[in-house]
Ligand binder design. Structure first.
Ligand code: TXA
Ligand code: MG
Length: 325
């Protein structure tokens, strides 16, 4: 298992040697390596078991630093950066040659973000290179929101995890780029669409696609637990699965099921607070995934604000499971 601690200088020295460190961000934990060292980047793909056509996000601590890696920041994206960095926003920008092709999977745009977590910002500010960091989970599984999640799945493959507690946002960053002069959202995430539209006007949200995605975070089946997730009307699903005699767990927005054991149901937010629901979502999925049940029954949230990103993750967690059980 990995060593877990808060020592940024220990993390720094491991990263300088070309090895990897689990890092906290406000969205989810990242699996970080020196983005300018192709050996370190190769390790990231290997540890995650991630296909190398799926590019990585580059993390740095200040907007000024981003100009080292990009040819230009188009005006609308610059406005977003000025308003929301540090924060749960990733921008797709034309890359400079300095950024290894491995990081961008050969694409001519690089994804960049300035994360908002005190430990990681401090770490980034003492490093003289940016960090490439995908979410610190095996490819296709749920993103980690606690150091222990990283340790459970990748602890035997990395030396150190920087422990920054539970992630405040709990959903991955929103990925934004341009097509011509249009601002596009490639992945719904922790910064909601209305916050973006407040700064740049109406934007288009790309529907996810399972073939040849521009951003594999757009893959239909992704962010998935091992147990099948069945989405629908929870009252009906619960009745149905009780009748079938198939053991199940329940993931609801706020509804409680008094007839079911407490430990087999999780409410994302009894107060119907979307931010609380987002923060709890991945940890709840992991907890239910570890129970001795055959399926996880879940419901969508109201499709507004952060609910859109939460529903996106729930749909992808359930993709392909219809009719399986
Ligand atoms: O919140 C986050 O974004 C977290 C934390 C650790 O920063 N990171 C994260 O990374 O979620 P990852 O690798 O799990 O998801 C990054 C997404 C992938 O879907 C990838 O395809 C897309 O960003 N992406 C990265 N570089 C890209 C590029 N050059 N063009 C298009 N999509 C890109
Ligand atoms: Mg990921």
């Amino acid at each position: 298992m990995a060593e877990i601690g808060k020592d940024i200088f220990r993390a720094k020295s491991i990263l300088e040697q070309g090895d990897l460190v689990g890092i906290p961000t406000e969205t989810v934990y990242g699996l970080a390596g020196n983005a300018l060292n192709p050996d370190a980047v190769t390790k990231i793909f290997a540890v995650k078991n991630r296909p190398n056509f799926d590019p990585l996000i580059l993390h740095t601590h200040a907007l000024e630093k981003v100009y080292d890696f990009t040819i230009e920041i188009p005006d609308p994206l610059l406005k977003l950066a000025q308003r929301y960095w540090p924060g749960p926003l990733t921008l797709l920008l034309p890359k400079k040659e300095l950024v290894p092709d491995l990081v961008t999977s050969g694409l001519d745009q690089v994804a960049v973000r300035v994360p908002n977590h005190p430990l990681t910002r401090e770490l980034l500010s003492v490093l003289d290179f940016p960090l490439a960091a995908p979410s610190a989970n095996p490819f296709g599984y749920i993103s980690p929101t606690k150091a222990s999640h990283v340790n459970d799945q990748l602890g035997n493959k990395i030396p150190y995890i920087l422990d920054g507690g539970s992630c405040h946002v709990g959903l991955e960053s929103t990925i934004v780029g341009m097509e011509g002069d249009k601002v596009m959202i490639y992945r719904l995430g922790g910064l909601d669409v209305s916050a973006i539209e407040k700064v740049v006007g109406k934007v288009q949200v790309m529907a996810h696609s399972s073939s040849n995605p521009k951003s594999p975070g757009m893959l239909k089946s992704h962010y998935a637990p091992q147990k099948p997730v069945i989405l629908g009307d929870l009252e009906e699903l619960v009745k149905d699965y009780l009748k079938k005699g198939v053991p199940f767990a329940v993931l609801s927005y706020c509804r409680e099921f008094p007839g079911l054991p407490q430990s087999f149901q999780i409410q994302l937010s009894l107060q119907k607070d979307m931010s609380e629901a987002a923060k709890k979502l991945f940890d709840a999925m992991r907890t239910l995934d570890s129970l001795d049940v055959s399926v996880i029954l879940a419901e969508l949230l109201p499709d507004e604000g952060l609910g859109r990103a939460i529903n996106d993750r729930l749909r992808r967690a359930s993709a392909g499971e219809e009719g399986k059980y």
